[in-house]
Design a protein. Structure first.
Lengths: 372, 214
């Protein structure tokens, strides 16, 4: 098998992508990207955000030379991308676009096998590898022989991701891949991408105009502003806490609330004293309590003074300790008639209840470490 | 009205005319496709070619076939070429538009994806754009094939044998049977040809039968 050209020069590890005063000026004089310097770290997810027309997609597309820079250098690993043969360079860089851009005349499996076949892998081997990838992106093997028009938008996009990963490229470019997908499926695809990234550790560069998506996915967020310059490049947390300019502050919106989605619930204290089994008879109490079934799954809220198991107020929202962010914990608290968040483990077994005061303490701890 | 005895007597001759008619219709379709494909591809590649090629083909299409046959007579004489050459050019003219539209029908996102996957332009044309153009090109072929089958009869006027001979025979002798046989056979040939092309389309483009637009 001919290895992707990019990898041949940067060993087997994911490659960083470095911009050195890169500018894109169009023939009519308009400036798409204005002298940016940026390092997209190897093995991390870098997300480009910004309003439309600010150069984020242009910047992305200069990496695989779909658009050629007017001046400046882009390094893939430590090699100048301009020194690669154009087609070879692109075969070594995964690319996912909005609406997937699948080839309508090819089956799912052949779509995925595209780049390996271009690289000279024989079709049978390429298909076998594609089958594995199909399952890896969460699709059923029975979809292999289907044509793109037979898939839903979300399934098409998963195939698009599999196709981009088929040649195991060190760099993966994603140009607003999930923006045409409905919110529920989009969240699924985002989770899937994070899970996949934990397995494969690619250098991912992701373009979006959705700040929530950026915060959810990014190791580093690069905010672009009008005129094709970078307003700020930082970790999601720093970006929210210390916006570099009023533009970034406005663009990030309700930063404090968004910050909650970055705070871990690992440290949060819960108490199991107010849990009762739905089989036990109730003794009078002047506190809210929560009944759980035999598996420990949350059932109903028991109001102060209530002495019988009625099915009055079901428990609707819980959060998984350490896995869900603070935002989910607060949501659980706000949705409960008692004002208590319900902490569970991954199998939905209730660990305890979290008092609102606990949030204050936990958030306070975060704030003091973040500002330190 | 229909003289079955005449039909039985002339069966071998009718069969010969039918075969000749089919050959005269099909050869131009194949050759016309072979001419139109590179021209169409060139028109997509170099945009300025297209208006010129389109104008030329439209002007050409306006010339009556009989006139062309007569014009060619001094050069190709009473051979099949006299009929085949004009029909080939008609077919090519007809297909040009379908080929260009077909290649252009590839979704921009698909073309972008192909480039980003590392397809060079020639390979992209062959493995992505032409296959996607197939339904439109085959649509053009169906029209061209059926049009040829109906037009070929005219060649009989200049002495190139086809089912048209039956019309001339019938008209000259004021005898309906050959004319009816000619019409029926022409229609049947057109119908079968179209059915074959539709099946070819089914086989070649399993992905396009109920293609949804997004």
């Amino acid at each position: 098998m001919t290895k992707p050209a990019v990898r041949a020069h940067s060993a087997e590890t994911p490659a960083s992508v470095t911009f050195q005063s890169v500018t894109k000026r169009y023939p009519d004089g308009t400036i798409g990207v204005d002298g940016i310097d940026l390092v997209c770290e190897a093995g991390k997810i870098t997300v480009f955000v910004g309003p439309s027309g600010c150069g984020k997609t242009t910047t992305l597309r200069m990496i695989n030379r779909m658009i050629s820079p007017s001046s400046g250098t882009i390094l893939i690993g430590d090699r100048d991308s301009a020194t690669f043969d154009e087609a070879q360079l692109r075969r070594g860089i995964g690319y996912v676009i909005q609406n997937a851009g699948l080839f309508p005349h090819r089956t799912v499996i052949d779509n995925i096998a595209t780049v390996p076949v271009l690289l000279g892998v024989n079709r049978r081997e390429a298909r076998a590898a594609a089958m594995e990838l199909l399952e890896r992106v969460g699709l059923d093997a029975s979809l292999a022989k289907k044509y793109p028009y037979q898939l839903s938008g979300g399934q098409q996009q998963r195939v698009g991701v599999a196709r981009a990963l088929a040649a195991d490229p060190p760099v993966l470019l994603m140009d607003e891949p999930f923006s045409a997908i409905d919110p529920v499926v989009r969240a699924e695809l985002q989770d899937e991408l994070l899970r996949l990234q934990r397995e494969i550790g690619k250098t991912v560069i992701f373009v979006t105009h959705d700040m929530d998506e950026a915060i959810r996915l990014a190791d580093r967020i690069v905010v672009f502003q009008r005129g094709g310059t970078i307003a700020q490049s930082d970790t999601p947390e720093r970006l929210l806490i210390e916006p570099a300019s009023p533009f970034v502050r406005d663009f990030t919106g309700d930063s404090g609330i968004k910050w909650l989605s970055l705070m871990s619930t690992e440290q949060i204290a819960s108490s199991s004293s107010r849990l009762v089994s739905e089989r036990d008879s109730l003794t009078p109490s002047d506190e809210w309590r929560l009944s759980v079934d035999d598996a420990g799954v949350a059932q109903y809220w028991i109001a102060p003074g209530q002495v019988e198991h009625t099915l009055a107020t079901p428990c609707r929202r819980t959060f998984v300790v350490g896995l869900d962010p603070m935002r989910a914990a607060l949501d659980s608290s706000l949705m409960s008639p008692a004002g208590l968040a319900v902490a569970t483990d991954e199998s939905q077994r209730v660990l305890g209840l979290v008092d609102f005061a606990q949030f204050d303490a936990a958030i306070h701890r975060y704030r003091s470490t973040a500002h330190a | 009205m229909l003289d079955t005895a005449w039909i039985w007597r002339n069966l071998p001759k009718i069969w010969d005319l039918l075969v000749q008619h089919a050959v005269l219709s099909y050869v131009p379709v194949v050759v016309g496709l072979l001419i139109a494909l590179p021209v169409g591809i060139a028109c997509v590649r170099w945009r300025w070619c297209y208006p010129i090629a389109l104008a030329a083909s439209s002007a050409f299409f306006a010339i009556p076939s009989l006139a062309l046959f007569v014009l060619l007579l001094p050069y190709t004489g009473l051979t099949a070429a006299t009929a085949i050459i004009p029909l080939t050019l008609y077919t090519a003219s007809l297909l040009l538009r379908n080929i260009v539209d077909g290649i252009r029908s590839t979704d921009d996102s698909v073309r972008q994806a192909a480039a980003a996957m590392g397809y060079r332009p020639m390979r992209r044309l062959v493995s992505i754009e032409l296959p996607i153009a197939t339904p439109l090109i085959l649509g053009g072929l169906r029209v061209a094939a059926v049009a040829n089958i109906s037009m070929v009869s005219v060649a009989s006027v200049i002495g190139v044998a086809s089912l048209g001979d039956l019309f001339i025979d019938g008209t000259q002798r004021f005898f309906a049977t050959p004319i009816i046989v000619g019409i029926v056979l022409t229609a049947v040939l057109a119908l079968i040809t179209d059915l074959v092309l539709v099946s070819v389309q089914r086989v070649l483009t399993p992905w396009g039968q109920t293609r949804r637009s997004k």
